[in-house]
Unconditional design. Sequence first.
Length: 144
Amino acid sequence: MEQFSPPAPLTDSQDEEAIRLLNDLDHWADRCKGHYSTKRTQPRNTFRQRVAVFVPDGYTQFAEKTVHYSFEAWARNLSSGGLSLLYPGQLKFEKAIVCLSPDQEQKKYFYVRTTRNRRVSQEFWEYGLQFEGVVDDNESPLID
């Protein structure tokens, strides 16, 4: 059986590398505009900030479940359908809860499902997360 280790917190050097990589990915995307067709139904907006991701033991009725692990990652883009984020290393979860404003007093949580992942550098992976609903206030994750 594979030994589980929760994702490590982002270091200052990983933050710096993530910001450089986000800029590089945006530059590449701008250069390729018009060259590739897109399947997107909603426009993407640049959304640069750290987000909190909570992976529960169970996915529904979050308040009755325990958090298996949580971590912070860098968001890249946001649309009404979902968001993309960067994290140093490959993560293995299908469904989670994400907080787009972990540093604000009024937090908003969303159920998400991983729709894609790809390696974008030696260390970092990009994840596409599709929104599946808003988490009710009484189901928000409580982390000590």
